[in-house]
Design a protein around this ligand. Sequence first.
Ligand code: NA7
Length: 865
Amino acid sequence: MTADDRNAGPAGPQVDVVVVGAGFAGLYLLHRLRAEGFSVRVFEAASDVGGTWFWNRYPGARCDIPTTDYTFSFDPELEREWTWSEKYATQPEILRYLQFVADRYDLRRDITFDTRVEGADWDDVAGLWVVRTSTGETVSCRHYVMATGCLSVPKAPDIEGAPRFAGEVYFTSRWPHEGVDLTGKRVAVVGTGSSGIQSIPLIAQQAAQLTVFQRTPNFSIPAHNGPAPADRLAQLAADRDAYRTAAKWSRGGVPAEVTDVLGVTAPEEVRRERFEAAWEAGELFAILGVFADQGVNPASNEIVAEMVREKIRSIVDDPETAEALCPKDHYFGTKRPCLDSGYHATFNMPHVRLVDLRKTPITTITETGIDTATESNEFDVIVYATGFDAMTGALVGVDVTGRDGVTLKEKWADGPSTYLGLTTVGFPNFCALTGPGSPSVLSNMAVSIEQHVDWVTDCLVDLRAKGMTTIEPTPPAEDGWNQHVADCAAISLHPTANSWYMGANVPGKPRVFYPYIGGVDNYRAACDEVRATDYLGFRLSGPGGEQCHDGVVRRLQPDVALVLDAMAQMGLPPLESMSPPEARAFMEMSNGMRPPGPDVGEVVDGVLPGPAGELEYRLFRPASPGPHPVVLYFHGGGWVLGDQLSDEPLCRDLCVRTDAVVVSVDYRHAPETRYPAAAEDAWAALQWVGAHAIELGGIPDHLVVAGWSAGGNLVAVVTQRARNEGGPVVRGQLLLTPVTDSTMDTGSFEENADGYVLTAPLMRWFWDHYCDPERRTESTAAPLRGELGGLPPAIVVTAEFDPLRDEGIAYAEALRAADVPVEHVAARGHTHMSLTMVDVVLSGARVREEIALRLRALFRQPAEV
Ligand code: NA7
């Protein structure tokens, strides 16, 4: 009897855990749970272990991750006992491996084969699942885990007339175990995903005629199969543990070089060299990592894509066929690229033909063959390599009913919703291994499976130790995770493709990005953090009591987190530990390394008169014909750092997005010239720009004043003054994470005092340099304390992780209370600085576009002042 049984009393479950599926995931889960003393039943629809490797027996089926890595790593002994024969093992060898694992750990005795789980109902009173199987058996369990794989439910045939065909029909995903002899036959293959691309060269070796029906060409690179890669073997031999740890903390679950070479800026010879090396390596993560930016930047992606197309053209003899095989409708990597062995060269064989369904779609399948828009073809055999209802198909395919009678299918009708890609609200004690919202199909499955199994097992052990029998995520935790998964996808090119990652291959399936693209390393860190924080975002209950430590595990935008991590690793000295000249030199140096921002029509440098001498400005003019509205811009830097050039990428971005002339004006800085010098200079700049709009290429009275941080402070100050003094006419004000008060005691100041670049000590350092404490309450230092009625419409932007967030919000609210039209843009997951990091923090672009949209609307409105 286990701890769970004792806790549950006489009405306890028959077993602690029911697991569905005996592939990689189910086998390892059984092994681990059993070792921890849990009772387990595994149900498997097939007659043996293997999961996807039991079913997918088509000729040429292989893994596409090197088998040095596509293997269990939990037991060094196991690794010593098994040697893979090839770089990419074939399906029979992988199946033999999984059978070996099952035998070695005596797993079969707890697996019921040839039995499908048909339903599972949560009994909320008893706190257990009742699982129904195809043999009529019913088993109650405390925890119900679906280890059903991501690519296990074949997509239903969706081609007109398919059932009419009287010849032989095969699906790659359900290939007969005894094999198929295609010798001398006329064969059609429909589908050119990985299964098609792997099988076509081998089918061509047998068939008398082979016709490939291609709807979408896929990117494929040669696998260069052969012995296991010598470099990986050497690393494993030298230090197995270090190698496996590196895999666990890599982006994709395979140790791989992480480059910082950007495709868009790399010289041609570097591009070529890196691409050729990846092509020769014949590894997915090499070709997906030629450039750091190929997954997010269309221009960089196109460089890789075109180099692949060049290779295809160089292999395929017939130019028309070559062109048809060149993928052009999706970015490289946004559908899983394939690894092939002679795929493209197969089309040089005289008996092999490609039918491009984009040009000549299938009209119907007949009794004897396939009709397209232009021809009728007769076949003896049709092979469908048409893919899977991926990721959710197997999960919603079982009738899983959670609390209140809601089924998983109903809950996920608009797309999957999970916490950590493992659990879902309303379904206590339910887990989906490698579920949607986890790295799964974007990663080396072996590594991701081990991580999930370990996490789930550790969790059940923890629950037992605490005397808890039920675990369920909370709605805020799940919503937060879904948001994070979507945020990660949104900065990548992936959502642009009609891929099975997006559910696009199955008619009617919700279009969302199913897996987690934030990386195996980041995902593992999130899961570890949830456990280390005593199950953040989960509600636990049982004889041991109740526990709910609610919260969201990842709130920063993913690219903001990456930048913060990178900065933390650099171990930079805090700015406030430097002298102002040192801090300025440091800022200038780091600004020199950032991307320049988008191209604009023209850049003009000039000077304008200030109260104590000339003030330099830089003007950015749109490429469109003028005149344009004008944005007078004040840079950030705490009144101590920066100049008219220091926010240049942001100014360029603003210019392009708003189609306005942006004039970035310098002002005098502290501590050399303290308050109110900066405000006086800003006022002079406003007067001058207002008076010289036409000369600057602007439209008179179409002037907005904008600024970031301390620059936002100056915006607020000069617009108040313009109202007081009856001009210049200001059409609107844009305050980007502004300083509006000097108290430094708001909630956001405390919450975000450290860790988000602008720290509380740095803000104090800025104020101390800028302004004497007794003058900080003057409205020209702390504009929140000024008179706000009659000010021009405002756009106030605040960032969630910014000490200044609450004073920005306070200013927006005070303006609103004074009847000033205000639009408040709250940048979720951003920091004080991240919105200005053009082309570095890509998620900032959405916020800047929202700001630009509002600015453009302001320019269209009639002036009010
Ligand atoms: P995929 O990658 O989904 O490929 C399926 C292929 O079948 C793909 O080329 C589809 O074209 C094509 N297809 C699907 N339905 C049709 C119809 N109705 N008519 C014509 N062509 C069709 O599945 P795979 O099994 O090859 O690979 C799945 C994963 O397994 C793979 O990524 C690896 O991770 C291992 P489409 O692109 O939809 O136009």
